[in-house]
Design a protein around this ligand. Structure first.
Ligand SMILES: [Zn+2]
Length: 463
């Protein structure tokens, strides 16, 4: 029997705001434990929360970027649970009235986006545990997808695209190493063709995008094997162990939380006005798909090139800066994709300035240097950060395009190789390549190859 996987993802994203969700504490990462706290985020009795408007605006912007409906009336709810990472014993979240509903990232539908406060970070040592409240209260956006994902690769593509969108809107830096983007997955497996879902199994603790791909692959395989053996799966929450490469049961259905949601009495509901929505709409950046279409049209690039170049905002920006200074945007794309990206994974670390790359392409197009010299110049630019013009001048790499000078080299080559000349005249047209090589050698590689070909052919036709 063939099985298919049904995957839905819940992505938690820390918003890039200066202060926390309901107090004025800074959100800066990396400070010593419990130094960025106050009575509000420590849950002291009598303290009152004040909503961070910037966090609401950034959540709405995220919704606009993925085509969500922005609900104009939203409210805050208390999600009750007891654990040391939440001193109030409840987390302020949004239950039935989230800020955004619907939308899509690629082919994956979005159910909702709501805003809540992050919880503290727990550390477990050999015999003790510690809690760091610096993270408690950081604005956290939860993006819930529809169960539209069917493979680990699709999950990987969805997360990569989502991350790119959020970064482009400056909503979050999405740095997974700093815990700014975290993901839980709901995975079930069913025989192909069946309409009802299998038992939903939740996986937590996946901390990298590649970890998520591995965890999903493991879990799909585990569930499929169990079904094939005739075992019955049950609804449960499992934890991904990166080192072991396996998922383990955390809790089963009997221990599922009842969060007893109820409206937060200390905060007013959120009403989004037309003016506010319009202001946020003006911040909308160009989305990757629109940018891809524009690159195809504006620069005459093939779809493949455009897709690669818009895959990161930094790469697209580098390309556009180079192309703006060039008459040959396709050649720029070739240099970026085959030469630069072969040497670099992060374009912002490129020792070659985009303007310098445009200069190199212009020098080749003008016949000032050959394509082969171009590679040499490129390597030197990469090593020294110097401009193409400076290197061409320094190395005396100027191509000889003066017909008289090239003719002299051609005559020398013809005089020195009578056998090849005779072969060519006898009908062996390939013999001309050897002669071309000789001319290039005589000119120390500086003769314009096209001109060499033309002059050589006309000389050989003379008898
Ligand atoms: Zn605080």
């Amino acid at each position: 029997m063939q099985y298919e996987a049904i995957i839905g993802l819940e992505v938690h994203v820390q918003l890039k705001t200066r202060s926390k969700m309901f107090c004025g504490c800074t959100t800066e990462f990396g400070a010593p434990p419990n130094t960025q706290v106050c009575p509000v985020c420590l849950g002291y009795p009598g303290s009152l929360p004040v909503m961070n408007e910037d966090a609401v605006r950034k959540t709405i912007l995220a919704g606009l970027m993925i085509g969500s409906e922005i609900t104009r009336f939203s409210k805050w709810d208390r999600k009750n649970y007891f654990y040391p990472d939440m001193p109030k014993n409840y987390q302020i979240s949004q239950y039935d009235l989230p800020l955004c509903k619907g939308g899509a990232v690629g082919k994956v539908g979005i159910t909702r986006i709501h805003l809540e406060e992050d919880v503290a970070k727990s550390f477990h040592f050999e015999t003790t545990s510690g809690v760091d409240f610096n993270r408690a209260g950081t604005p956290l956006m939860e993006i819930v997808s529809e169960p539209d994902i069917h493979s680990p690769d699709e999950a990987f593509a969805y997360l990569t695209a989502l991350k790119e969108i959020l970064i482009s809107g400056d909503v979050s830096d999405c740095d997974m190493e700093k815990g700014q983007l975290r993901c839980d997955a709901n995975v079930s497996v069913r025989p192909v063709g069946r309409k009802t879902f299998g038992e939903k199994i939740e996986i937590k603790n996946m901390n990298t995008i590649s970890g998520i791909r591995r965890a999903l692959a493991f879990e799909i395989q585990r569930q499929t094997a169990a079904l094939e053996k005739g075992e019955k799966l049950q609804q449960e929450t499992r934890r991904w162990d990166e080192a072991a490469g396996k998922t383990f049961v955390m809790r089963t259905k009997e221990y599922a939380h009842d969060y007893r949601y109820f409206p937060e009495p200390d905060l007013m509901p959120v009403a989004v006005s037309d003016a506010m929505l319009e202001e946020i709409r003006r911040l909308l950046p160009e989305l990757p798909e629109a940018k891809r279409q524009r690159f195809i049209k504006q620069y005459g690039l093939p779809e493949y090139d455009a897709g690669v170049l818009v895959s990161s905002a930094a790469l697209a920006q580098y390309y556009e800066r180079a192309a703006a200074n060039s008459k040959n945007p396709k050649a720029i794309s070739n240099w970026v994709m085959t030469e630069l990206l072969a040497k670099l994974s992060d374009i912002s670390a490129s020792p070659i300035a985009p303007e310098h790359l445009a200069e190199l392409v212009a020098a080749i197009d003008a016949g000032q240097i050959s394509g082969k010299m171009g590679k040499e110049v490129f390597a030197e630019m990469f090593a020294t950060r110097k401009s193409a013009t400076a290197i061409i001048k320094e190395k005396g790499l100027v191509q000889v395009s003066d017909a008289g000078a090239v003719e002299a080299f051609v005559e020398q080559a013809i005089a020195a190789n009578p056998k090849s000349v005779a072969d060519y005249r006898a009908g062996n047209s390939a013999a001309i390549n050897f002669l071309k090589g000789q001319v290039m050698r005589l000119s120390k590689g500086k003769a314009n190859p096209q001109l060499v070909g033309e002059i050589l052919e006309s000389k050989l036709r003379e008898t």
